[in-house]
Ligand binder design. Sequence first.
Ligand SMILES: NC(=O)c1ccc[n+]([C@@H]2O[C@H](COP(=O)([O-])OP(=O)(O)OC[C@H]3O[C@@H](n4cnc5c(N)ncnc54)[C@H](O)[C@@H]3O)[C@@H](O)[C@H]2O)c1
Length: 249
Amino acid sequence: MGRLAGKVALITGAAMGQGEAEARLFANEGAKVVLTDVQEELVQKVADSIIDSGGQALALKHDVSSEQDWQHVIEKTIERFGTLNVLVNNAGIATTSMMENHSIEEWNKVMSINATGVFLGMKYAIPEMRKAGGGSIINISSIAGILGMGTNAYSASKGAVRVLTKAAAMDYAKDNIRVNSVHPGIIVTPMTKDLLEHEETRKGFEAGTPLPRLGKPEDVAYGVLYLASDESSFVTGIELVIDGGYIAR
Ligand SMILES: NC(=O)c1ccc[n+]([C@@H]2O[C@H](COP(=O)([O-])OP(=O)(O)OC[C@H]3O[C@@H](n4cnc5c(N)ncnc54)[C@H](O)[C@@H]3O)[C@@H](O)[C@H]2O)c1
């Protein structure tokens, strides 16, 4: 039996990168998966390929910064699969702007997707999880939410995710709803493609990583799988760092 057999899991930003890897792994482990993304065609293709491999999947267009979209996505999840057991707040965007050249528009956009999106996801998932007798929420932060890495909205948004996770973990433990954050290091995905094309930057990250390689989406997905499954039923409020040892130096 799969590690997520019988569970319904919603994963945001599932059209590519880590969200796609998590959706595929979760489906392989027996979960019914709801894949959401702003990239409607791409997320539908991922869902179709999961269905072709014998899994159960539903793809939905979703902007995580929109409260209306969240209401729609939760409604469709319940309509299709009857319950919600796991939420992975994975969708996110990056910025390389630094403090002095950071526009207020860019700041607000990053915060609305990376931080407000996580708040809205929890707000609408928690009532359904309570009805189900509990659940697991996994919020994807970053090592940038722990360390000083870039004085910009990305770090601020990921720091917000880290503490909001702990606060929610305290508030909802009584409902058997576990809330944990995951902090990836440098992972090779479409998000980091441009950054890692720069030879010196790539070598710098590799050299700074005690396990001398960059991360793969699957490295993160296996950590998220653990937190989603009942294997972690005594785990809440933690920050799981998956970075090859980068921040332990
Ligand atoms: N790649 C890394 O090195 C790294 C490191 C630390 C943390 N993270 C975090 O991990 C998560 C996944 O990152 P990734 O590397 O897979 O990124 P990615 O860019 O490869 O994929 C992100 C997905 O989110 C979707 N998305 C963007 N805005 C959205 C919105 N408003 N609503 C819904 N979906 C939206 C995109 O369409 C895309 O499919 C993000 O939260 C990111 O900040 C990534």
